[in-house]
Design a protein around this ligand. Structure first.
Ligand code: ZN
Length: 396
């Protein structure tokens, strides 16, 4: 069979990208419109309801023996996985990839659960309508949405799971490439969640690490220094860790940050590619030839990046750097967020990097940057105003 490759998928992505979704703020009713138009080879059924009575659907596709379960947006403000699942469903209808798609169809059955937390998506909040973090609710299963996800997985007994999330944009990737200039934002992070405190490796978790290593191998040329291995501390209350323990080879995929991509429309393409290459690895069993060390050599996530880094500024007669990050507050009516910038560090930040870096010998500041407070000062390069913050809001 012909293998999928990232370069043709990248070229063709605009043709199958789900056009109805253009930002992170799409809602359950928009998802319903998309799903209602799916052709018959996608079998959709409602498997439960959210706390506010929004339906949660399971879509199955394919006739193969290997069962792969993909679920997204357990955290309502983490929409990239849902976008990528819609893109995947469109891709699976592409005539030009018929050979590759029919191979997948005959080797795998996919089960997709987009938007596990529709009430959170409605508010653009991490938690559900009861303020519960669903991914810390596996054991007690207090929330309806957690129960739906848990019950569905136990009925399906899938061989593989894709647990689709977004991570904070302030994660970076440990810089192991001397040609790169400092740590870069983690565009994607991957993890085979641990199933015990010792972070052991059994057959199930080993398979997940190998699929991840193959995804990394396929995508790292497109995102050099921007794919990380997520922190793998055992979290006994989370779904991924428990699914791994139950024999589902579980792959955690996190969309992080990418320069000038606030709505994650570039990231969504890389995210789709990661899923597509992972599915191919599973369908063809090509992961079986990947050595385990390839997983452990994926550089780990670090926290060495700021949204804005101002280097070597004179404050109180000393030369210091300032690291600033914004917090996002949703403005739902505008399908946007308000960003409030805080001064998160002052001092020697030579090992840090930034989405935006200001570095000039003639930088000077009017007003006083105060640690852990909302930014309220002006930054000049010589006499030219380059940044102006008023109560945390970036005005210029
Ligand atoms: Zn999440």
């Amino acid at each position: 069979m012909k293998n999928l490759n990232t370069s043709s998928l990248t070229t063709d992505f605009p043709f199958f990208k789900a056009a109805a979704v253009t930002d992170r703020f799409f809602k359950h009713h928009e998802l319903l419109l998309f799903m209602e138009k799916l052709p018959a080879e996608f079998d959709r059924r409602i498997v439960g309801y959210s706390e506010e009575n929004r339906s949660i659907s399971l879509i199955s596709w394919g006739k193969g023996p290997v069962k792969v379960f993909l679920w997204s947006q357990m955290h309502g403000d983490e929409a990239t996985g849902t976008m990528a699942l819609l893109d995947l469903m469109n891709f699976l209808q592409q005539q030009s990839y018929q050979e590759e798609i029919s191979y997948l169809d005959s080797h795998c059955t996919l089960y997709l659960m987009p938007m596990v937390n529709p009430d959170g998506a409605e508010r653009f909040s991490r938690r559900n309508a009861l303020q519960i973090d669903l991914n810390r609710d596996f054991i007690k299963t207090v929330a309806k949405e957690s129960e739906v996800l848990k019950k569905t997985a136990s009925q399906l007994q899938p061989d593989y799971g894709f647990n689709l999330h977004d991570q904070n944009t302030l994660w970076s990737v440990e810089n192991t490439n001397a040609q790169l200039d400092g740590p870069l934002p983690a565009a994607l992070s991957l993890l085979a969640p641990a199933y015990d405190k010792q972070i052991s490796l059994n057959n199930t978790r080993t398979k997940a690490t190998q699929v991840i290593a193959e995804i990394y191998r396929s995508l790292s040329p497109l995102l050099p220094g921007q794919i990380g291995r997520f922190d793998d501390e055992f979290e006994p209350r989370s779904f991924g860790d428990n699914f791994q323990a139950s024999g589902i080879a579980t792959i955690l995929l996190e969309a992080g940050g990418y320069k000038d991509d606030q709505e994650k429309q570039e990231l969504r393409r890389f995210y789709f590619l990661a899923i597509a290459m992972g599915l191919q690895s599973i369908a063809t069993h090509s992961f079986q030839t990947i050595p385990l060390k390839d997983y452990f050599s994926i550089p780990p996530n670090t926290k060495q990046i700021f949204h804005i880094l101002i280097k070597d500024l004179q404050i109180n007669g000393r030369t210091v750097s300032i690291g600033m990050n914004y917090r996002e507050y949703p403005v739902l009516a505008k399908k946007n967020t308000e960003r409030i910038y805080f001064v998160d560090d002052i001092g020697d930040l030579d090992l840090w990097s930034g989405y935006q870096i200001h570095d000039s010998p003639s930088l000077n500041v009017l007003g006083t940057p105060k640690f852990e407070e909302a930014a309220d000062f002006d930054l000049f390069d010589g006499t030219q105003l380059i940044l102006s913050f008023k109560k945390g809001i970036l005005a210029v």
